[in-house]
Design a protein around this ligand. Structure first.
Ligand code: XBP
Ligand code: MG
Length: 242
């Protein structure tokens, strides 16, 4: 029986990497007077590193013009990340980031059927708050049984920590829940937590391989639409098959 639907955020709920994070990282570089710019191709590579601060540190390790010592790099990454997240919230507030097709519908279906909703993301809590308040209003937290963010689960995907904590907080077994992801790393995290996982490919992972996914779709509304019924049937089939 499907008791909980656990959502990834970035790339799954909205195209946040395309419409928010990359733009905000570049604005942060500019705001701090750095001559750095992440183009789409480079950002696509950097997305293999989960976590914005970790991504910044990874990129600095390849740059001759980055601060030399580890403490200086960490301080710069922290400040850039703070400015990036503030800019991201501004982009959301300006209406620049909208939910992907079918997201609102599936959330409504779960709420109507009493299926718990949860979040398991490697992104910062402030980013989830900004995005979800813009989609579901200021009382969005009331719709979600638990919200696991980077601050709660510091070991980032593809490690399953965020999903394991979400399951524990929900009081739901892995075989009673279904995960939604957009990236190979996110899929690996969900599977490592023992979850069945469907994938709606985001733009940065359009050509990626998704071995182990219960299904892979362009979005939740692409035919056949991923309804709650469809997820329930998928989960029942997964359990029978394993
Ligand atoms: C998302 C991430 C995050 C975002 C940026 O991965 O890796 O780092 O890119 O958010 P997933 P922060 O969708 O698998 O959770 O800057 O707050 O980390
Ligand atoms: Mg994602």
């Amino acid at each position: 029986m499907l008791r909980a639907l656990i959502w990834d955020v970035d790339g799954t709920v909205a195209e946040t990497e395309r419409d928010g994070h990359r733009i905000a990282f570049n604005q942060a570089f500019e705001a701090l007077g750095l001559p750095w710019h992440w183009d789409v191709a480079h950002y696509g590579q950097l997305l293999l590193v989960t976590g914005g601060r970790e991504r910044l540190l990874h990129d600095m390790a390849t740059r001759a013009d980055a601060p030399a010592g580890v403490p200086a790099r960490e301080a710069l990454a922290r400040e850039l990340h703070r400015v990036k997240n503030a800019t991201y919230a501004d982009l959301v507030a300006q209406g620049g980031i909208t939910p992907r097709p079918g997201v609102r519908r599936l959330v409504d279906e779960c709420r109507a059927a009493g299926v718990a909703l949860a979040v398991a993301t490697t992104t910062s809590r402030s980013n989830v708050d900004a995005l979800f308040a813009s989609i579901w209003g200021a009382d969005w937290q009331g719709h979600f049984g638990t919200v696991v963010c980077a601050e709660d689960a510091p070991v980032k995907k593809p490690h399953p920590q965020a999903y394991l904590l979400a399951l524990q907080r929900l009081g739901v077994a892995a075989h009673e829940a279904f995960a939604l992801e957009d990236s190979p790393g996110g899929l690996a995290a969900a599977r490592a937590a023992g979850l069945a996982c469907g994938v709606t490919k985001s733009v940065y992972f359009a050509d990626a391989a998704f071995d182990g996914a219960a299904w892979v779709h362009d979005d939740l509304d692409a035919a056949p639409a991923m309804t709650l019924r469809q997820l329930q049937d998928t989960l029942a089939g997964t359990i029978t098959a394993s």
